[in-house]
Design a protein around this ligand. Structure first.
Ligand code: ATP
Ligand code: MG
Length: 580
């Protein structure tokens, strides 16, 4: 069982720029001397995955999860799951729950040293507030009372410096009083805002006195109505990282221009004695873009609202809940995220690379089974009516120790409609009148003709079998046939709904350059067929995966599959046949 040996030494980890940074930090001992509140030494690598609980996670988030949790695992550190829940109007408990489920399903947890490292930025609201007061009293922040329009106009733009707010030089004391009154609920939303005092002429727009706190009379999913001012993401994020002793704060490239403010916040608060050095550092990598996939939350929601897909967990969706339902495995997603590496420039990864990882993961694991997806009747005229003979085949051809599965053959079978051609095309070697094929794990048969309905449509195929040709018997060697087709006995087959899923779009970059992704919807992304499965499949458990021989990998749908009445989803075909 060599391929199943978990004790094999791990393959050398591919290097990337993040690993190089961590290696250098370890060599220099940059995070070596730290202790937590209880005096316990802290790991030298602490990363975090910081989702905003405002939607379902998708394949891009999976990349970030695998990266952060994977680095922590590989370096013997730890990774935190932290909800960046500072925007009360968009966040809900439903999303917190699905995010927790999705990270766990991907194979990660946040337990380390006997502690759960699940955090909420909202747990830091008191500290964030106290630090904001410090920034005011130390002259690093002020309450601005300009209208939103004036504030926008005075911000300038890329070519033009901004203008200082007329409130910028108000005294620290006045700002502090106003800030406290903001907190006390004395003002309407938007009446005042707390801003960092940095540089309105900075070439980096993010350094032009960015907002730190805003008034928002809104109910928060965790803190309720306790607060009516909420800290901004760019202010909360570095502080949350520092409070959690994060070492490497990894985010996507669009945050590169936010890094100077990230460092500014940490420096000011370290000077003020609120945070301890060494401080966390932010590093950016290119987000994952996969061909034939869109990940914009707004566009995914549109697919649902317009009825193009059936919900967040529709197997065509790139959400983690959708990919799970489709039958994608956590291992294949981890493998894919590992293989695609980390880069500093944006690009597209081909969907077929992911499908390759899926096949690689599923092939050794998935038990084999027979399914006839487009059934046509095959009648063996010389097979005794009412009789059955047992046939057997391995559960997995490469792992004989997994045993055999058995199924009967009888005089009436289901075969794939395209395994018969009345008039064969060139090179066709399956069933046609006068030709012999092997019924897999059964007998060699010779086709004698077919029955047609009034419209000339073939409704049944006839053949005779050779009683001494059974697979595995001595006589079988005497029969040399080119075709080898699968079948199930009609009287014993399990009838099942099978959903054949494929890529949702026909354009590899469905929404790039402002394209309307609805113009490239793949009309064949979901086809539902009524199939016949081998008898043992009556016992298929929800979420059990199989290889249906000659077809691909399938999973019993986790929602719709019921005991005794399985429903299957196609995960991926056996070979990459896209566009061929
Ligand atoms: P929003 O537009 O609501 O901010 P988001 O997709 O950025 O959406 P977050 O909850 O902020 O959602 O993301 C959590 C983390 O996942 C962030 O660190 C973000 O950088 C990362 N992430 C999001 N999309 C991708 C992607 N395509 N590739 C890699 N990482 C991603
Ligand atoms: Mg985001």
């Amino acid at each position: 069982m060599s391929t199943e040996n978990n004790n094999a030494p791990a393959a050398a980890l591919p290097s990337n720029f993040l690993r190089a940074i961590i290696d250098a930090d370890l060599a220099a001992g940059n995070y070596a001397q730290r202790q937590d509140g209880d005096g316990q030494p802290l790991p030298q690598v602490i990363t975090r995955f910081p989702p905003e609980p405002n939607g379902y996670l998708h394949i891009g988030h999976a990349k970030s999860i695998c990266l952060n949790f994977g680095l922590a695992r590989d370096y013997g550190g730890r990774a935190h799951l932290r909800f960046d829940d500072t925007n009360p109007t968009k966040e809900e408990q439903e999303y917190v729950d699905t995010i927790i489920d999705s990270v766990k399903w991907l194979g990660f947890d946040w337990e380390n040293g006997g502690k759960e490292h699940l955090y909420y930025a909202s747990d830091y609201f008191d500290q964030l507030y106290a630090m904001a007061e410090y920034l005011i009293t130390s002259g690093h922040a002020y309450v601005d009372s300009q209208s939103a329009d004036d504030m926008a106009a005075n911000r300038g733009n890329f070519g033009e410096a901004g203008k200082n707010s007329p409130f910028r030089e108000r005294s620290a004391d006045e700002s502090l009083q106003l800030f406290r009154r903001m907190k006390a609920g004395e003002f309407e939303d938007g009446a005042h805002i707390l801003r960092a005092k940095i540089d309105m002429a900075s070439p980096n727009m993010n350094m032009r006195d960015p907002a730190i706190y805003r008034i928002r009379h809104a109910h928060h999913h965790r803190t309720g109505d306790q607060w009516c001012i909420y800290p901004m993401y760019d202010y909360t994020h570095p502080i949350s990282d520092a409070l959690e002793n994060i070492t490497h704060s990894i985010c996507t490239l669009e945050f590169q221009d936010h890094r100077p403010f990230y460092d500014w916040v940490l420096e000011r608060l370290a000077e003020g004695g609120f945070l301890q050095r060494p401080l966390p550092r932010q590093y950016e990598f290119a987000r994952l873009n996969v061909t034939y996939v869109i990940t914009s939350k707004r566009k995914l929601r549109q697919l649902i609202e317009e009825g193009i897909v059936d919900g967040w967990d529709d197997p065509r969706m790139p959400t983690i809940v959708g990919m799970r339902r489709r039958g994608f495995t956590p291992e294949s997603l981890q493998l894919f995220c590992e293989r695609t590496g980390v880069s500093k420039s944006d690009g597209w990864i081909d969907m077929s690379a992911f499908e390759g990882c899926l096949r690689e993961d599923l092939d050794p694991k998935a038990p084999r089974a027979t399914a006839v997806l487009r059934p046509l009747k095959l009648i063996i005229d010389n097979f005794p009516a009412g009789e059955t003979i047992e046939c057997a085949s391995p559960v997995h051809p490469h792992f004989p120790e997994r045993g055999m599965r058995t199924f009967p053959i009888s005089n009436t079978l289901w075969i794939e409609a395209d395994d018969f051609m009345e008039v064969p095309s060139k090179g066709y070697f399956r069933l046609f009148p006068g030709n012999k094929v092997r019924l897999r794990y059964g007998y060699v048969v010779e086709c004698t003709g077919c029955d047609k309905d009034a419209d000339g449509k073939v409704i049944a195929v006839h053949c005779n079998y050779f009683a001494d040709s059974k697979s595995g018997s001595e006589g079988s060697a005497n029969y040399k046939v080119k075709g080898n087709i699968h079948w199930v006995s009609a009287a014993h087959a399990v009838e099942a709904e099978v959903r054949l899923y494929d890529r949702l779009f026909t354009d590899p970059n469905p929404d790039s350059g402002g394209k309307d992704f609805k113009l490239s919807l793949n009309p064949n992304a979901k086809q539902v067929v009524s199939a016949y499965l081998e008898p043992g499949m009556i016992n298929a458990q929800a979420e059990q995966r199989y290889q249906f021989e000659r077809h691909g990998y399938f999973i019993a749908d986790r929602i719709d599959s019921k005991p005794g009445k399985p429903v299957f989803n196609r995960i991926v075909t056996l070979k990459d046949s896209w566009g061929k």
